[in-house]
Write a protein that binds this ligand. Structure first.
Ligand code: ASP
Ligand code: MG
Length: 445
């Protein structure tokens, strides 16, 4: 059996569905079963979210969502397949209209209802994709109900693995068709309420099911041909990374190399599966397998440039137990995520790097702590380099020598030293990233 996840960004027109069908057909040749996990069609999850937020327009938005599906369906499916899928989509849209209408009237929404609404994106996508495959005479079936059983932490639900495995075996793998199309991202609680597992959760659905079902190969099919050494829109010489160890993949996913769910690679720590990230339009793929023990290379550079550093200075916090804890508690209470932290051994300054639009909120709160003398905010970039090779002294020295040509405000190391992050003034970020990228290209093979 193989698992193939079809991204949402590559489900937007007739040509996409043609390429997707070809790919699924190709990979199904030597397999007894193919489990296809789909995201919602391009833009649909965002549309659904906007329906929950602009409740006075919710029914119009749902109307547009329905139209988009039917329009594509009419292009990718032929006679009888169109008829069947049309009926299924219309039934789902009816259900969705009812709920859109009720949140419009009540002008109120709960996390549970929000997840219920979001679930329609993936469920409707299974119907369209199945109709497209069947119109090309492939032996497929859609199972639009959530494959995952989760707790009731709506919006960010946690998967209950044993129950999920049971559900898949009983309800999905028991189907006779060779190609089984199921929704990613959504789950249901034991009492059958719809849940979602966090944005981008279809990738995580695929790898998690890969682990539970002991599948050797999981393919994540997306817009870009694999994970790149840098964002090609920012750094021209960026190329596809051929292989990533698990540790490197985790670091890159966290730092936004491709918008992957942060837990995408987690299931790989307890299984032997190989995950391939590949493009639909161009040749090129990144294979994620094995660990740092197998090699010593550099893989990529990422840059986050919409950040601010908050320097908290005081001679009165020196040596005082609990000072840092108070600062962090304010971040927690203000619901602000900390991107990077540092403090010198003199303990006179604590520096926090946060997203730009969080900085003022947090600084205002921190000013209320009376032992703090001064708070300073500056625009910064976080430039990170990733690769198991950073654990090798010779390579790390080279990286450091390049970085030291810039004004480094702080440096920190990631999981098992597989990444290093340098905080620099915002204006310097791009140049540092470019310089570090040169080092990556030298040590990538
Ligand atoms: N459709 C969901 C989202 O846009 C899940 C996914 O695409 O992985 O976040
Ligand atoms: Mg997606």
């Amino acid at each position: 059996m193989i698992i193939i996840k079809i991204g949402g960004s590559i489900q937007k027109d007739e040509r996409d569905y043609e390429l997707i069908s070809e790919k699924i057909e190709k990979y199904s040749n030597n397999e007894d079963k193919v489990l296809v996990i789909t995201s919602a069609m391009r833009g649909i999850t965002n549309d659904l979210i906007s329906a929950t937020e602009n409740r006075d327009k919710s029914t119009e938005i749902i109307g547009n969502i329905y139209d988009k599906h039917i329009k594509i369906l009419s292009k990718v499916a032929d006679g009888p397949e169109f008829e069947i899928a049309f009926k299924d989509l219309s039934k789902m849209a009816d259900e969705l209209f009812k709920i859109a209408w009720s949140i419009r009237v009540l002008d109120e929404i709960t996390p549970r209802v929000r997840d219920y609404i979001l679930s329609f994106g993936e469920r409707m996508a299974t119907i369209v994709l199945n109709a497209a495959l069947r119109s090309r005479r492939l032996d497929s079936i859609a199972y639009p109900e959530p494959p995952l059983v989760t707790d009731n932490n709506f919006g960010e639900a946690n998967v209950l693995e044993d129950l999920t495995l049971k559900e898949i075996n009983e309800k999905i793998l028991s189907k006779k068709s060779k190609i089984l199309i199921i929704p990613g991202f959504i789950g249901k609680t034991i009492d059958e309420k719809y849940t979602t597992i966090g944005r981008g959760g279809s990738d995580y659905t695929a790898t998690l099911l890969g682990k539970l079902l002991n599948v050797e190969n999981v393919r994540l099919v997306t817009e870009v041909p694999g994970i790149m050494t840098a964002d090609p829109r920012k750094i021209e010489s960026a190329t596809t990374i051929k292989r990533l160890s698990l540790e490197e993949a985790v670091e890159l996913a966290q730092m936004g190399a491709k918008r992957l769910h942060p837990r995408t690679f987690e299931p790989m720590f307890s299984s032997n599966m190989k995950v391939t990230i590949e493009g639909l339009y161009e040749e090129g793929e990144t294979i994620v397998s094995g660990s740092c023990e197998d090699e010593d290379k550099l893989k990529g550079v990422t840059i986050l440039d919409d950040l601010k550093m908050i320097n908290i200075e005081s001679t009165r916090i020196v040596g005082k137990i609990g000072s840092a804890a108070r600062v962090m508690a304010e971040a927690k209470n203000s619901n602000v995520n900390i991107v990077s932290i540092s403090q010198p051994a003199s303990e006179t300054t604590i520096s926090l790097v946060v997203n730009s639009n969080d900085a003022e909120i947090l600084a205002t709160k921190l000013k209320e702590i009376k032992d703090i003398d001064n708070i300073e905010i500056k625009d910064v970039s976080a430039v990170s380099i990733v690769g198991c090779g950073l654990r090798n002294n010779e390579i790390f020295k080279e990286v450091e020598n390049v970085a030291l040509q810039y004004d480094i405000l702080s440096m920190s190391r990631g999981l098992k030293n597989v990444s290093a992050t340098f905080i620099v003034k915002k204006e310097e970020g791009y140049n540092l990233a470019k310089s570090l990228h040169e080092v990556v290209l030298k040590w990538i093979n």
